[in-house]
Design a protein. Structure first.
Length: 637
């Protein structure tokens, strides 16, 4: 008997040598590391590797070949391996090195099932138990250089998926760094019992079938390549009618299977839908086959001609079979004659209704496309012009049903201003009587359902008004609401001036007691009377906005020096000369009510106001250092 050939399940120069990538996952291994960097499995050449460019080792910073001896850690990496039934002499080997602490800081190796997923930091050193796993090797000494470890695994693992588990554990009581390094992991087995070829089936000429074997790594061969060929991966392709012996050789194990190759029919042609009581025909360009139906109560077929007769609604598989057993199938659908078309039969121009008819899957057509169109597949009808339209539904078998859809007229266009301010009442009009008004944007406007009178809510934006007739037909109109000015009143205590923003075309100031402030029609005005002021402005769109009340008190003027002595101004009202009596030399400034400076005098004892127009003015008195002493209002008669 020839020596049994060894089969490699994990190659030391492939995934077992960590040459496929720079981390465990890219090499086909799954890592289970603690959440912190200290003492985790990594892949690089820091150890360095036993062979090649990389190996796996324990690192305390994600790169270096070293471990932290004062922090207890347990980390794992694992891989699942399929060992076929009949495998024998199962051997695991690997090269390792590392210092650690014998009995506490060490490398452990387990076998288990894919159902077992060990947790990080479990087991805690020096314990070795992982529930459901078998410890097959453990580090019992230190090794500064790579050492070969060989483990014979039991052949009871044959026919199972084995999870290989490499575990590093250390306690926090010291030890010698570095920890474990591993490279060139190998798992091999030999064929003990030949495994049968699986997936064998008749093959048609030009068709392929995949076969397999439980033992991997073997070679395939065909005894007659003129009948069928077989690829290195076990794909058999029929070449000519006949039989051939397919052989799979894995080491000393040889498995055989006889494969038959038959002629393959061509694709079935013909209409695959038929109405109840009607016929259709299937055909095939390869002659000599026979026809059959798997559900003749639905559709029967003549065995020699392929003529199909529909009996009841449903589906039946029609098969065309060649003498050698190769066949091809197609499905014939038997449909009932369509029932009544249902759905909304009254629409408006520009609106839609979706019709339906059983059975589904047919096509829709409009016989009056100038009045209404219909989607070919969905049955959605779109009104085009006021009229009636006949809609036809046709099943794939050619059976039809009809319905008449009425397209009602639209109301006349809505008449309303397109652009306006977001304030004040307005009214929309429509020449078609009997409709109902509604707002599609109630956040922007509300509207009377009967009269069309609407009120903006004060919010800027584009609102939509709708007018709907009793038929449901409606028209809409968009109205743009320009925003109302949002204004704020400010106060300048040094000039005793109330003011607001400047980009408006008109201003008017008001007092809560005295009403409109005459002449106060710029962006600012002087404070005159205790109470509250507000300003009303008009923007470039003609929209009017009003500020909130601003509470004013004459004591709000900033900078007046307390205790500087009394200041008397007389006469008030004045005609020609305004006298100023103060305990210290003063300077005086006369301003209009909008804050504009009209006159100023140094070391003032009196001021000639005869040139000023009649009206109300403000007099501000300063000492020689420019400190404000008093603010007085006076009238020029």
């Amino acid at each position: 008997m020839a020596a049994q050939a060894q089969i490699t399940a994990i190659s030391p120069t492939g995934v077992g040598g960590f040459e496929s990538g720079t981390d465990l996952s890219s090499n086909g291994w799954t890592e289970i590391n603690p959440g912190t960097v200290a003492n985790q499995w990594v892949v690089n050449n820091a150890a360095p590797a036993y062979a090649g460019a990389r190996g796996a080792h324990v690192s305390n910073d994600g790169t270096a070949y070293a471990y932290t001896t004062t922090v207890a850690r347990t980390c794992h990496f694992m891989r699942d391996v399929v060992i076929p039934a009949g495998a024998d002499v199962i051997t695991l080997s690997f090269y390792w090195k590392g210092m650690g602490q014998v009995g506490f800081d060490r490398l452990l190796v387990y076998t288990t099932t894919p159902a077992i997923v060990p947790a990080p930091n479990v087991p805690v050193s020096p314990a070795t138990g992982i529930g459901g796993a078998t410890l097959v090797w453990q580090q019992s000494a230190t090794a500064a250089a790579y050492t070969l470890a060989t483990v014979s695994l039991p052949n009871t693992l044959a026919g199972t998926t084995v999870r290989l588990l490499f575990t590093w554990q250390n306690d926090a009581t010291g030890g010698t760094s570095p920890g474990a390094a591993i490279d060139n992991i190998s798992l091999t087995y030999v064929c003990g019992t030949p495994a049968p070829i699986t997936g064998n089936a008749p093959v048609c000429i030009g068709n392929s079938v995949s076969v397999g074997n439980a033992f991997s790594g073997g070679t395939w061969a065909s005894g007659n390549t003129a009948v069928a060929t077989v690829s290195p991966t076990g794909v058999i392709t029929g070449v000519a009618a006949g039989t051939t012996l397919i052989t799979y050789t894995s080491g000393s194990c040889v498995s055989n299977a006889v494969v038959s190759v038959s002629p393959f029919p061509a694709a079935i042609t013909g209409r695959d839908t038929v109405c109840v009581g009607s016929t259709t025909a299937f055909a095939n360009s390869v002659m000599g086959g026979t026809w059959s139906s798997n559900y003749p109560v639905v559709a029967s077929v003549l065995t020699t001609s392929g003529v199909i007769t529909g009996h009841i609604a449903g589906a039946s598989t029609i098969t065309y079979t060649m003498p050698g057993g190769c066949y091809i199938t197609d499905t014939v659908n038997v449909v009932s004659n369509p029932g009544a078309i249902t759905g909304g039969m009254s629409i408006c121009p520009g609106t839609t209704t979706t019709l339906s008819c059983a059975p589904s899957g047919g096509k829709w057509h409009s016989l009056n496309p100038g009045s209404a169109s219909v989607n070919l597949n969905s049955g959605m009808v779109t009104g085009i012009a006021a009229d009636t339209a006949v809609i036809r539904y046709t099943t794939p078998a050619g059976c039809s049903s009809f319905a008449t859809v009425t397209i009602n007229p639209l109301p006349a266009p809505i008449i309303v201003r397109n652009i306006r301010c977001a304030q004040g009442l307005d009214t929309a009009y429509n020449a078609t009587p009997g409709g109902v008004w509604s707002s599609l944007t109630p956040s922007l406007l509300t509207i009377s359902t009967l009269t069309g009178e609407f009120t903006p809510t004060g919010v800027a934006g584009t609102g939509t008004i709708r007018y709907t007739l009793g038929t449901g037909c409606s028209t809409t109109k968009s109205v743009t609401f320009n925003p109302l000015p949002a204004i704020t009143v400010y106060f300048d205590g040094f000039s005793n001036t109330l003011y607001t923003d400047t980009p408006y075309v008109h201003y008017q100031w008001y007092h809560n007691i005295f009403g409109k402030v005459v002449g106060a029609n710029t962006f600012k005005t002087a404070g005159l009377f205790n109470g509250s002021y507000y300003v009303e402005v008009t923007d470039t769109n003609g929209c009017v906005g009003r500020s909130a009340m601003f509470a004013y008190n004459t004591d709000m003027s900033a900078g007046i020096i307390a205790g500087a002595g009394s200041v008397q101004v007389y006469p008030n009202p004045a005609t020609d000369v305004l006298h100023i009596n103060a305990a210290v030399p003063v300077d005086a400034v006369i301003t209009a009510m909008d804050g504009k400076v009209l006159m100023s005098t140094k070391n003032a004892r009196s001021m000639n106001v005869s040139q000023l127009p009649s009206g109300l003015y403000m007099l501000t008195v300063y000492d020689a250092e420019g400190r404000k002493l008093a603010i007085e209002r006076f009238v020029r008669r």
